[in-house]
Design a protein. Structure first.
Length: 124
């Protein structure tokens, strides 16, 4: 006589509401077939969350860099204006004469106004 062997598939264990936390802690919820089927989707969502967080950090870094560059531009603009004003002051006639006298260059101011050189065109 032959014996027939019956295989009975175990039904998925139903977790009661009281045991959800306990099954999460001891890891039995991860063995649940429904969770295993959804694992690729869960990994995809985790990947998207990581990209989102990384993008946020990158955007904040760019904003900080833009703010730093704006401050640097303002400082450079102020320095440019002050340098330009100083140059304008030092290039005035009185300041140039004063600098020439201080350095003993031996240059003197011309008292004769500049003359105009006129070249006549030859007729055709």
């Amino acid at each position: 006589m032959s014996k027939q062997i019956e295989f009975i598939e175990d039904a998925e264990p139903k977790v009661s509401k009281k045991g959800i936390f306990r099954s999460f802690i001891d890891g039995t919820i991860l063995a649940n077939q429904l969770i295993i089927k959804q694992l690729p989707f869960i990994l995809f969502l985790t990947f998207l969350a990581m990209i989102y967080i990384g993008n946020r950090y990158h955007a904040e870094k760019i904003v900080r860099e833009i703010t730093r560059l704006k401050k640097e531009i303002q400082e450079l603009r102020a320095e440019s204006i002050s340098t330009s004003a100083e140059l304008m002051y030092k290039s005035t006639k009185t300041q140039v004469l004063k600098a020439i006298k201080e350095k003993n260059l031996g240059l003197e101011e011309s008292m004769v106004p500049p003359g105009k050189i006129v070249i006549e065109k030859r007729g055709k």
